[in-house]
Design a protein around this ligand. Structure first.
Ligand SMILES: [Zn+2]
Length: 488
């Protein structure tokens, strides 16, 4: 699928579409519909369980609006910039590096305005809309400011990333959680960026959802207990040194690339999440190292988590694993005056941060891109059963009063333990097709035999499996267990 096809499918089926659609939509803002919102929530729940609660870490929730001071201390007020270039004639604005890269003029992601201006001049780049001359490129801060309170208001910002809330709460949580390292604080929530030219569906948005885990640790005392042998997993990795892709184990990443064991361990953990929980094919996921100007100066190690997404033209970032050193807590210690150094093994240290960061919207897009499959005439969204928006659908086979009554009572019984769709309109083929596109694992049909006391199939219903299309009859008292079993 290309971007337009995927967007068309997402709208038609009920996953997502532009916000304020009836007014023509808004750039970089999306609403999730009844299927998308549940798929997103299920993805977040799976993420939370796998990365956070299973590791003994904690979920917190920070304010979406922040006063100015912490964002000055973190560097966002001065450095969270992209370079914008405008057309002198039609006033179209472009993100300069994206414009140049699209014209196959290579510039790095963190390129400065001067470098971009030179590239524009050297290549005689004009406005892509009207051919007009481009103005001087300049830094543009991506944070969205908000005025807090009336008249002499206080300046605040919508948070540009959820991570800052974890750093701002480190001190209190460290004390509440019995002063132990490593300590993990996770946030699932929205972040806001005034993107210059939002595009590519859910790739670059002005309001986005993040799932981020910040692990605070003592770099000299973080013993990784690999009893689950995660480090034996094979991972696709592209180091900055030679840009060559290799598939090697976590242990080999440590031995051959000199990457710290705790870092390789988390690469393997992420790899397992995508391959085993999200059922992603092994060749679709890789870790790409950023170096030089591309990575933030404070990151000691920075790998993008990338997925091969055909609608986005190949490998694209869906998350990141960042060893941020002590930058964050040092900056906020300086900015706030609150000393956040702690006692660890008899020494005073500033905790280091390992960040696992995921763009939730990009992950949702990726899942649809990778898992929407044509199976002959049939289109199926093969998302893992564990995160499908509906667990099952109840479908009366014919429009018969007794059948419909039975189906409705079945629906209300199953609605407690499961997320259920009920549909009696149109042919059974059409209804199966809709549920296949919604990714619904099981369809339960009620027919004449179900309600016919003289039939030897009286009191049984049919369960149809999404992926195999196999059907079997089950007695109603055994149905809930059969469904639970099939979903496991
Ligand atoms: Zn123009």
């Amino acid at each position: 699928m290309d971007i337009e096809e995927l967007l068309g499918f997402a709208k038609r089926a009920g996953f997502f579409w532009p916000a304020a659609e009836i007014y023509g939509g808004a750039s970089g803002l999306f609403d999730y519909g009844h299927l998308g919102a549940t798929l997103k929530r299920n993805f977040e729940s799976a993420w939370l369980k796998y990365f956070v609660t299973s590791n003994g870490y904690h979920l917190i929730e920070g304010s979406n609006m922040l006063p100015e001071k912490p964002l000055i201390a973190s560097g966002h007020a001065s450095r969270f910039n992209d370079v914008v270039v405008g057309c002198s004639k039609c006033k179209t604005y472009y993100r300069a590096d994206v414009l140049l890269n699209e014209l196959n003029i290579k510039v790095s992601e963190g390129a400065k305005p001067e470098e971009l201006e030179k590239a524009i001049r050297d290549n005689d780049v004009k406005c892509q809309k009207c051919g007009g001359a481009l103005m001087q490129p300049k830094d543009f801060n991506l944070m969205i400011d908000v005025a807090l309170g009336p008249e002499n208001h206080e300046r605040g910002y919508l948070r540009p990333e959820t991570a800052q809330s974890a750093y701002l709460n480190f001190f209190r949580e460290f004390n509440l959680l019995r002063k132990r390292l490593p300590m993990g604080l996770a946030i699932i929530g929205r972040a806001y960026r005034n993107e210059i030219s939002p595009r590519q569906g859910l790739y670059r948005m002005r309001e986005l959802a993040q799932a981020e885990l910040q692990i605070f640790f003592d770099p000299e005392n973080w013993e990784i207990n690999d009893s689950g042998k995660l480090l034996e997993r094979q991972v696709n990795i592209v180091p900055y040194s030679d840009h060559e892709t290799r598939r090697i184990s976590g242990n080999e990443i440590v031995e051959q690339l000199g990457i710290p064991r705790f870092y390789a361990y988390h690469m393997c953990m992420i790899n397992r999440f995508y391959e085993e929980i999200m059922h992603m094919p092994a060749d679709k996921l890789r870790f790409l190292e950023l170096g030089g100007d591309e990575k933030a100066f404070y990151n000691k190690l920075h790998f993008d988590i990338q997925a091969d997404i055909s609608s986005w033209g190949g490998f694209k970032e869906i998350g990141g694993l960042h060893y941020r050193g002590e930058h964050d807590l040092s900056s906020h210690t300086k900015g706030s005056g609150q000393d956040m150094s702690v006692e660890s093994n008899g020494k005073r240290i500033m905790p280091n941060v390992l960040e696992l960061s995921f763009g939730v919207d990009r992950n949702i897009w990726m899942l649809i891109d990778l898992m929407y499959a044509k199976d002959g005439e049939r289109a199926v969204l093969k998302v893992p059963y564990s995160i499908a928006p509906y667990n099952l659908a109840v479908l009366p086979l014919q429009k018969d009063d007794r059948i419909i009554e039975y189906a409705l009572s079945l629906e209300s019984e199953l609605r407690g333990p499961f997320k259920v769709s009920y549909d009696e309109s149109g042919s059974i083929g059409r209804r199966y097709a809709r549920m296949d596109e919604a990714g619904t694992p099981l369809c339960i049909t009620v027919d004449f035999d179900t309600v016919d006391e003289n039939s030897d199939r009286f009191g049984t219903v049919t369960i149809r499996d999404r992926d195999t299309k196999a059907q079997r009859r089950v007695k109603r008292p055994e149905l809930a267990d059969a469904v639970t079993g099939a979903l496991a």
